[in-house]
Design a protein around this ligand. Sequence first.
Ligand SMILES: *Cc1c(COP(=O)(O)O)cnc(C)c1O
Length: 387
Amino acid sequence: MIQTADRLRKLPPYLFAEIDRKKREVRARGVDVIDLGIGDPDLPTPPHIVRALQAAAEKSEHHRYPSYEGMLAFREAVADWYRRRFGVTLDPETEVLTLIGSKEGTAHMPLAFVNPGEIVLVPDPGYPVYSAGTWFAGGECFFMPLRRHNGFLPDLGAIPADVARRAKLMYLNYPNNPTAAVASPAFFRDVVEFARRNDVIVCHDAMYSELRFDDYLPPSFLATPGAREVGVEFHSLSKTYSMTGWRLGFCVGNPDAVGGLGKIKTNVDSGAFQAIQEAGVAALTGPQDVPERYRTTYQERRDIVVQGLRTLGWEVDVPRATFFVWAPVPTGGDSRAFATRLLEEAGVVVTPGVGFGPSGEGFYRVALTLGADRIAEAMERLQKLAW
Ligand SMILES: *Cc1c(COP(=O)(O)O)cnc(C)c1O
């Protein structure tokens, strides 16, 4: 009998398994299911980036092992992009590390900095990789509830003093998955102050900073005074350039934090395919008209969802970024029962908030990763049900 290690048993049950099973059942009944559960862009990678990969793949120098920390050309492109977009100056040699997608980097951070029994501050609801990475390193999670009345920001003052003292890392993610909340520079200033006082390394997952709407521009944590002494920011090309399958991301910020993560990576992987990094340079430095058009596309879809839910008399906050809409369950309470009803009676998949952590209960998430016509049809189906 093969026995897994305790750390695998520590992972919570996969809460979406039930929805996945029901989705298959409903499909098997011949229902045309509209799946608004998928956090993966449906829009293709812009063609000039694909062409850059094609050309780079021909070069035999890229067929060998890449450098561990990433090609300097890619890291320079990242530093240039940070300067242009956020006014943040980074040393590409010591403050930028190439990742095989940002998920890999966020998951590996605790291995570099957390000793068994030390605490990691993790948002609830949140991207599950933060807690999994913590447990794999033998750390303990202290979950920071994200509440609507607080704009889905953690209440730093509510973290008990002894927990704060024992905490080694803090994960944050704004614009946020799943709540679509955004953070202000003032909140980031409080985070820097908290991190300084308690000697905590801040890991800010800024994945959705470019999926922004109207004239809102999400700030970088690293633009906060003092942030570079206490933390790093994670980013990738996955969502901005519709490149989830390519696996290319980066970690930037404090050189000791970046260096520690790099040391783990040197021992577990051998870097990102260089042809993909060349394509990444094309993405970051090339024309930005396609991502701009994609933003407009997501914004149109967002408006269809917001209007559709409001027509039903359901409460919803208008997201300023991300490709998610997060809203309170209109019938109150049980998000799984609500999601099941939408699936069974309307053939529409939404994600129950509790799947992202206990504080997500009472909410559901709609992903804007299908065409406007499908999203509009989903809204029409909801309007036909008796509520
Ligand atoms: C999609 C997503 C990621 C994963 O990014 P990759 O660069 O594709 O690994 C990380 N964090 C959040 C919050 C996400 O939603």
